[in-house]
Design a protein around this ligand. Structure first.
Ligand code: SAH
Length: 235
């Protein structure tokens, strides 16, 4: 098993910004803006109330916190120490119920606690790791048979390069330069193949769109840039 599936430069990048996770006008604004959209999509497919939910690569806890507020028992994991501290502090300050955070990799937690979760989410994280297939495999081991696993990431094509890197980092300054690396983007077909290999059946796909003029996000069927997939563990 791969136990060192981490790029230290990625963790440094996120740790340096950690104090701004809950500033909705910071570099994390896009995550805050898409959060209600993804929460609704996830909870529509996989009801969260009283469910054991794991958020892999939780960062400052934007999604983890919202899922706990929706009634789930949430565990958030990440390898960036500072981000986890910020997540914990936020939960304490805002008295989020039923949430706990742990510094552990998905692979290590899968070895410790297989088949423990009803729902696993792993959003905007796979494009930051050296071996995304290993994370997908770990998520599949962590979820109970029949349970749901959600991923989101960036597609790899000329349009996603233009929008997610040139547009977001250089023209609109939505994200710091160097946030994303084109070569690490993942096509839906590649992600679907990782899932199949891991025993996760693809159930639904959604695209995320952004209009820079209105500064609004919405979901539709166009997966050409940012997209999410919903899968279920088959056995
Ligand atoms: N999932 C959150 C944060 C996305 S940002 C959200 O969508 O709101 C990407 C996160 O992945 C960062 O918090 C970063 O620290 C984390 N990350 C990067 N490599 C990781 C790894 N190997 N294991 C766990 N988390 C990782």
């Amino acid at each position: 098993m791969n136990t060192s599936n981490v790029d230290p430069a990625e963790l440094v990048k996120f740790s340096e910004l950690a104090h701004r996770w809950w500033d909705v006008n910071s570099e994390f604004r896009p995550l805050h803006q898409i959060n209600p959209l993804r929460l609704e999509w996830i909870s529509h497919l996989a009801p969260l109330h009283n469910k054991q939910v794991l958020d892999v690569g939780c960062g400052g806890g934007i999604l983890a916190d919202a899922m706990a507020r929706a009634g789930a028992q949430v565990t958030g994991i990440d390898l960036a120490t500072k981000s986890l501290k910020v997540a914990q502090l936020h939960a304490l300050e805002t008295q989020t119920p039923n949430i706990h955070y742990q510094e552990i990799s998905a692979e290590a937690l899968a070895a410790q606690s297989p088949a423990q979760f009803d729902v696993v989410t792993c959003m905007e994280m796979l494009e930051h790791v050296p071996d995304p297939a290993s994370v997908v495999q770990a998520c599949a081991r962590l979820v109970k048979p029949g349970g749901w696993v959600f991923f989101s990431t960036l597609n790899r094509n000329p349009k996603s390069f233009l929008f997610a890197i040139l547009g977001a980092e250089y023209v609109l300054n939505l994200l710091p330069k160097g946030t994303h690396e084109y070569a690490k983007f993942i096509r839906p077909s590649e992600l679907a193949a990782y899932c199949r290999t891991a025993g996760l059946a693809l159930q639904a796909t959604k695209g995320l769109q952004y209009n820079p003029l209105t500064r609004r996000y919405w979901l539709d069927e166009n997966t050409s840039v940012n997209y999410m997939i919903a899968t279920q563990r088959t056995a």
